[in-house]
Design a protein around this ligand. Structure first.
Ligand SMILES: *Cc1c(COP(=O)(O)O)cnc(C)c1O
Length: 399
């Protein structure tokens, strides 16, 4: 899955451009940089690839989510609806703005259940943040309709879904804003990096300012620029952006390889009676970075996961037992283990996640297994792996 699997001379040449001038910062130093603007170049590539008006490249996906929320004006007193199956960064970014993360059940798409979202809306709700998990899509059309009805922002956490689409629209480009991650494990990587995309010029401008200490980027002289509001530093370096410039040109190829390899594995286990697949609202838009399926029971899922690992299959995830992607193991959230005291408004308004239960999500995630798709496999390796996965699931469910 990770884009680093196929690093080659393209990324190396991009990096050399930057080191030839030594200008590692994305702003300023105009006369010394010999025309190299790697962050700007990658932003232009994101705009073309995703089909949006504006893209801001920054230091991580977490920074992108935080910046997008800040630019949407989300803060103290506001509630943001998100799923309990995601990476911790989704709720971290909400907490960073002082807003309240309101976790809401998923369905068999492994993303937000629109019915559950409707039930979770209160007068304080400001944003619905679906997370397009494991390379594929939430029911983003229905979620968008809910947001329009209730006057809410739709912010897509597409950090795991760069290159995936829903009925021809790239994930991340559909909501008021979308966020991507280009960290080391994502399909396109900068080493570390992320992006906010939007069609809203004013929103882009606020994000652009927020992520660079409030700089209004109005001037060639940074010292003379205005600071319309207080920001932070979530800038990306030219070194990271250069890697991304090399990677993003390969996205189409990356997705094609994933789809081909996933198809082989999926066909191999499609006939196994114990296996059913994750529901994909638009199967054609899947970026195919994971093959995700359900076992009949939690015990089956655990036994099969153990068997697959013992058989030497790497990249197998039983998310129910994973410390980072499902609320069951988020003790730090449940016990409110913060590094610093919380704002009073947040302390008072936060749901008590030690007692809130998610029976609908539990019933799905406890039975869910994902297998990461790699790009580096040879055709023989994919075939052998497919056969081994099928045999292993067959025998682990035979008793
Ligand atoms: C990776 C990821 C993030 C955060 O991205 P970083 O670049 O690692 O900060 C946020 N949300 C989801 C769903 C992710 O998978």
């Amino acid at each position: 899955m990770p884009g680093f699997e196929l690093f080659d001379h393209v990324e190396r040449n991009q990096l050399r451009d930057v080191m030839d001038t030594g200008i590692l910062m994305r702003y300023g130093f105009n006369s010394l940089r010999k025309g190299h603007w790697k962050a700007k170049e990658m932003e232009a590539a994101i705009v073309r690839t995703v089909g949006v008006r504006h893209a801001l490249l920054l230091s991580s996906g977490t920074a992108a989510l935080t910046t997008a929320l800040a630019a949407l004006g989300v803060g103290a007193g506001d509630e943001v609806i998100l799923p309990p199956f995601t990476f911790v960064a989704s709720f971290e970014s909400i907490l960073a703005t002082g807003a309240v993360p309101v976790m809401t059940d998923i369905d068999e798409t492994l993303c937000l259940d629109p019915q559950a979202v409707r039930r979770a809306i209160t007068p304080r709700t400001k944003v619905v943040m679906p997370v397009h998990m494991c390379g594929a899509m939430a029911q983003v059309d229905e979620l968008q309709a809910i947001c329009r009805t209730h006057g809410l922002f739709l912010l897509e956490d597409a950090c795991q879904a760069f290159g995936a689409s829903f009925h021809g629209k790239m994930l991340g480009s559909i909501g008021d804003a979308g966020c991507y991650s280009f960290d080391f494990n994502k399909i396109v990587t900068c080493g570390e990096g992320g992006a906010v995309v939007t069609n809203d010029m004013a929103l882009y401008e606020r994000a652009d300012r927020y992520h660079d200490h409030g700089h209004d980027h109005s001037n060639d002289d940074r010292g003379a620029e205005g600071h319309p509001f207080i920001g932070y530093n979530y800038r990306i370096s030219e070194l990271h952006a250069a890697i991304g410039c090399g990677q993003i040109g390969k996205l189409e190829q990356f997705v094609a390889i994933h789809r081909k390899n996933k198809q082989t594995l999926k066909e191999a286990i499609a006939g196994v009676p114990a296996v059913t697949f994750r529901r994909l609202p638009d199967p054609a838009g899947d970026s195919a970075t994971f093959l995700t399926f359900f076992m009949p029971t939690e015990a089956d899922a655990r036994r099969t996961t153990t068997a697959l690992k013992a058989a030497g299959i790497d990249g197998v995830f039983h998310w129910y037992d994973n410390n980072w992607h499902y609320i069951r193991k988020w003790e730090h959230l449940k016990t409110r283990a913060f590094a610093h005291p919380l704002y009073k408004s947040l302390r008072d308004a936060m749901p008590d996640y030690a007692t809130v239960e998610f029976p609908q999500s539990d019933a799905i995630i406890s039975r869910t297994i994902s297998i990461a798709i790699k790009m580096g496999w040879t055709e023989e390796e994919v075939q052998a792996r497919a056969a081994l996965i099928k045999r292993t699931i067959d025998s682990s469910t035979a008793q």
